[in-house]
Write a protein that binds this ligand. Structure first.
Ligand SMILES: [Zn+2]
Ligand SMILES: [Zn+2]
Length: 237
């Protein structure tokens, strides 16, 4: 339940298949999708079963491929390690992701030069004895972020490519293609809408997104009621 709703809202993340999600899908498939919401909106009904946001899923696949490739390159190439060190390494979330994906020996080999590079920079800052505010600014410059982190740059490219692919389909096949493919999350719906120029198509997309969220809200309420009933049942025993 929570996974399904969370999947619609966050920026990224691969869909997690759980028994609870399977149960939710079964419940969602039982809803009457030709009901009043769809009828009022005059949109074709949403498919009964929608997988998680395809942009999120494509993004997660692309990042897995990126880190798998980066692991091999960083382990095998001193130049690749020097380049990563010069950038200041990966940003914090991507460093954690890299360490969770890469083998321990490969991760250590890749990250040791980054640590030495940062340590040398800290010594230079210390030697110049800057005022605390300036020292903080200089430390801030050491932190990789934005496109300085190679994983952030790859993530930005992967997300943009996936959104452009979806936008091209909307232009070619119309707005209903989006929800015929997956339950787009709201952040990616926002980015999709930003690259479209047809306001009729955008309005249709938003109505269908609203119908999807109403469907999930109804299912969430039903789930909560069932939980309450089960809890009350166990308390009365
Ligand atoms: Zn998404
Ligand atoms: Zn990053």
């Amino acid at each position: 339940m929570c996974e399904r709703i969370a999947a619609l809202l966050p920026v990224s993340g691969a869909e997690v298949m759980t028994d609870r999600l399977a149960g939710l899908r079964a419940r969602v498939s039982g809803l009457d999708v030709t009901g009043p919401i769809v009828a009022m909106a005059r949109e074709p009904p949403l498919p009964a079963l929608l997988s998680g946001c395809e942009v999120c899923a494509g993004f997660a696949d692309a990042m897995l491929q990126f880190f798998t490739r980066a692991q091999a390159e960083l382990y095998g190439s001193p130049q690749a390690r020097a380049d990563l060190a010069a950038r200041g390494g990966f940003c914090r979330p991507h460093a954690q992701q890299f360490e969770s994906i890469a083998a321990g020996r490969e991760a250590a080999t890749a990250l040791a030069p980054v640590l030495l590079h940062q340590a040398a920079a800290l010594r230079r800052i210390a030697a110049s004895k800057p005022p605390p505010g300036q020292a903080a600014d200089l430390l801030g410059q050491l932190l990789p972020g934005g496109t300085r982190c190679p994983a952030c740059a790859a993530a930005q490219r992967a997300e943009t490519d996936a959104l452009e692919h979806l936008a091209a389909m909307v232009r070619r096949d119309g707005p209903t293609v989006v929800h015929a493919r997956s339950a787009t999350c709201l952040p990616h719906m926002r980015r999709l809408v930003a690259v479209l120029t047809d306001s009729t198509a955008v309005a249709s997309l938003l109505r269908r997104q609203a119908a999807l969220m109403e469907r999930l809200a109804e299912d969430a309420s039903r789930f909560a009621l069932k939980q309450d009933a089960a809890r009350q049942g166990s308390l009365s025993k």
